[in-house]
Write a protein that binds this ligand. Structure first.
Ligand SMILES: CC(C)(COP(=O)(O)OP(=O)(O)OC[C@H]1O[C@@H](n2cnc3c(N)ncnc32)[C@H](O)[C@@H]1OP(=O)(O)O)[C@@H](O)C(=O)NCCC(=O)NCCS
Length: 175
């Protein structure tokens, strides 16, 4: 039953792939900000969130950006290193902000910032950042071209240039 549902989902996504547009798209067309609450099932014995839970929220939020930009199937190809700078406690709010930095032929780099917020004091703390690469896939699971991103503001242009450098470094490391 589950396999049948998966097959139908992939089929319906593949149909959209045929209509995929390669026109350039603005960063603002795909950026995402998601807020979660840290519940008991997210925490360890010290009452702090598991790092893996934050990584999962980062991956999900980034994938929404990639889906919105490509309007095709997308997969996570890599996540660069991620540090956890401050403990995030039970009851905190966690906001994950993700946007597109750079696009190359078949892949795109997204930047993600994680901010913890004490819901009572409103104190906000930047706890993690990460860069993820997503690849757009066609209906046969093969990498396909992604629409170029339009970097408009000064910040977007800086992130684009920095993303391009990181893309080249990653490519060299894989050889
Ligand atoms: C990512 C994946 C599609 C790449 O497939 P591939 O056959 O190696 O593809 P190619 O070598 O043709 O590369 C396609 C694009 O992926 C990029 N890419 C491949 N491996 C990568 C990696 N480890 N990190 C970042 N980018 C990567 C390439 O740079 C290329 O993009 P470009 O044309 O913009 O440079 C494939 O490895 C895969 O399906 N991995 C599993 C993804 C997945 O299931 N993720 C969910 C978590 S398990």
């Amino acid at each position: 039953m589950r396999n049948e549902i998966n097959r139908l989902v992939v089929e319906s996504h593949s149909r959209k792939v045929e209509k995929m547009s390669l026109s350039p798209k603005k960063v603002s067309e795909s950026c995402v900000e998601s807020t979660y609450m840290v519940l008991p099932e997210h925490t360890n014995a010290l009452g702090s969130i598991f790092g893996g839970t934050i990584m999962s929220w980062v991956d999900i939020t980034a994938s929404i950006v990639a889906f919105r930009h490509c309007r095709s199937l997308v997969v996570t190809a890599s996540m660069d290193e991620m540090s956890f700078l401050h403990p995030v406690k039970l009851g905190d709010l966690v906001t994950v902000k993700a946007s597109l930095n750079y696009t190359s032929k078949h892949s795109m780099e997204l930047g993600v910032k994680v901010i913890a917020e004490n819901p009572v004091t409103a104190k906000r703390t930047h706890t993690s950042s990460a860069y993820l690469t997503f690849v757009s896939l066609d209906g046969n699971g093969k990498a396909q071209p992604v629409p170029p991103v339009m970097a408009e503001s000064d910040d977007e242009k800086r992130r684009y240039e920095e993303g391009k450098i990181r893309y080249e470094i990653r490519k060299k490391k894989r050889k």
